[in-house]
Design a binder for this molecule. Structure first.
Ligand SMILES: *[C@@H]1O[C@H](CO)[C@@H](O)[C@H](O)[C@H]1NC(C)=O
Ligand SMILES: [Zn+2]
Ligand SMILES: [Zn+2]
Length: 436
């Protein structure tokens, strides 16, 4: 059924791009052998060693959102030595490189560059040299895989039937770097885009995704509840913001459990509480904050409105005053990541050809968020998980954002060749017909 659908959608695609399916078929087999050649090239010992060196240098020098200066410099140095042109700076530290003829169609490949404010607890030779910062989401691997793809594509540039735009973006971790890349016009003219994210629970050589909704949208809020401080033994002379906070937190949990269709996916979570210093003092204020997750813009508006109402109203019951800040100018909310069915099918087919049918999995939707969603709002896009676990050497899985997070570097050539193959075959399928 899947296979049938794939064939069906591809012949549809062929019709749309006004090419006969027979012609398409001839190209398909050539493309298939070329993509397998890309994987073999990437697994070559010298190529793999180069990828590891690049990744380790980035891993040792993690930089937070919009501070990716060394990472950006490293990317540009590698591009320079490959003879690849690029636009820089885009959105502070971003780089958009161009491989191919410069003519349409333009296809985008994306990597994010930023690290997290986490102290690395993995003891290894290439541990983060920066205290309190770590590549715990694998963005060091994402950059490396895209640099690897740059080399593979550049080596095969005469076979490209269009142009590949390599998008190295800053600030994925909560700072909507993708939004700013788009805002600065650096994606203008790009028809479709593909992205990869490492998954430490999936085996090396496997990838996974799903068509349609894949990841949630996310928003954030921080709150100050103002009460009236005083002696804990005379509660009647104060207005207790701690009690107000307790009621607020319980009430917030009812937005999902009582106001949301059980078949709809939403989350409201409180991530921090700060308030009070002493055992016998009712504090003047308490602060707290959290995140909310949703799948569409109506849910986003609804949650935002109800979070504000519930907090303000519950605080008022305890005669306190609450100020809710959604911090949207600093922390732009992310829309849900929706994979385009055709782009998903395309990348899936390339993955099956490269890695084998059984190694391309259907992933479940999760309520994590990714700013790749901003690209997907603008153009047909697909984001795939790529397995980064060696079952033999990695007994337990340390998740994304863990201070113990590790990947197996054998993922690097798989990602580099998958990127290159998805782009190359997209251009083959969408090459603009030259009038006969
Ligand atoms: C996992 O690691 C072992 C030992 O280093 C190696 O022999 C094997 O090829 C690795 N597996 C994958 C899938 O990379
Ligand atoms: Zn992350
Ligand atoms: Zn990430």
């Amino acid at each position: 059924m899947n296979r049938f659908f794939t064939l069906f959608s591809f012949s549809l695609l062929a019709l749309i791009s006004t090419r006969s399916s027979q012609y398409d078929g001839v190209w398909a087999s050539e493309t298939e052998s070329l993509t397998r050649f890309l994987l073999e090239s990437a697994r070559d010992a010298e190529f793999l060693e180069w990828l590891k060196r690049v990744r380790r240098r980035i891993h040792e020098h993690p930089e937070l959102a919009f501070e990716e200066k060394l990472t950006s410099q490293l990317i540009r140095n590698e591009l320079d030595s490959l003879g690849i042109e690029y636009e820089w700076p885009v959105a502070e530290t971003g780089v958009v490189a161009t491989v191919g003829s410069g003519a349409q169609p333009w296809f985008g490949l994306r990597a994010d560059m930023d690290a997290l404010p986490i102290q690395e607890l993995v003891e290894w030779e290439h541990k983060s040299k920066i205290n309190g910062k770590m590549h715990a989401c694998g963005h060091d691997a994402h950059v490396t895989m895209l640099i690897g793809a740059a080399k593979l594509l550049q080596n095969n540039r005469h076979k490209l039937k269009g142009t590949v735009k390599l998008v190295f973006q800053p600030g994925e971790e909560g700072h909507a770097g993708a939004y700013f890349m788009i805002k600065e016009g650096s994606l203008d003219g790009v028809r479709s885009i593909f992205g990869l994210h490492v998954d430490p629970s999936m085996s090396i050589g496997t990838i996974g995704s799903k068509p349609g909704p894949m990841l949630a949208g996310s928003g954030r809020f921080s709150v100050i509840i103002q009460g009236k401080g005083g002696h804990a033994a005379s509660p009647h002379r104060s207005r207790d913001p701690i009690l107000a906070l307790s009621m607020v937190i319980l009430a917030l949990q009812h937005i999902v459990s009582r106001e949301t269709d059980p078949l709809e996916s939403r989350v409201v979570s409180i991530g921090y509480i700060r308030g009070g210093e002493a055992l016998n003092v009712i504090p003047e204020t308490v602060e707290f904050g959290g995140t909310f997750r949703f799948m569409d813009s109506e849910s986003y508006s609804y949650l935002k409105q109800r979070i504000k109402e519930v907090i303000e109203t519950q605080a008022a019951v305890q005669q306190c005053n609450a100020v809710v800040d959604f911090m949207e100018d600093k922390l732009r909310p992310y829309p849900a990541t929706i994979n385009h069915p055709m782009m998903y099918e395309h990348a899936k087919r390339v993955g099956e050809n490269l890695l084998g049918d059984e190694n391309v999995k259907q992933s479940p939707m999760t309520m994590g968020a990714e700013d790749f969603s901003f690209y997907a709002q603008k153009m047909p896009a697909a984001l795939f998980w790529i397995g980064a676990r060696n079952e033999t050497t990695m007994k337990s899985v340390k998740g994304l954002h863990s201070p113990h997070f590790v990947i197996d570097e054998d993922v690097l050539p798989v990602g580099a060749s998958l990127h290159a193959a998805v782009a190359l075959s997209y251009l083959d399928n969408h090459a603009e017909k030259i009038a006969a």
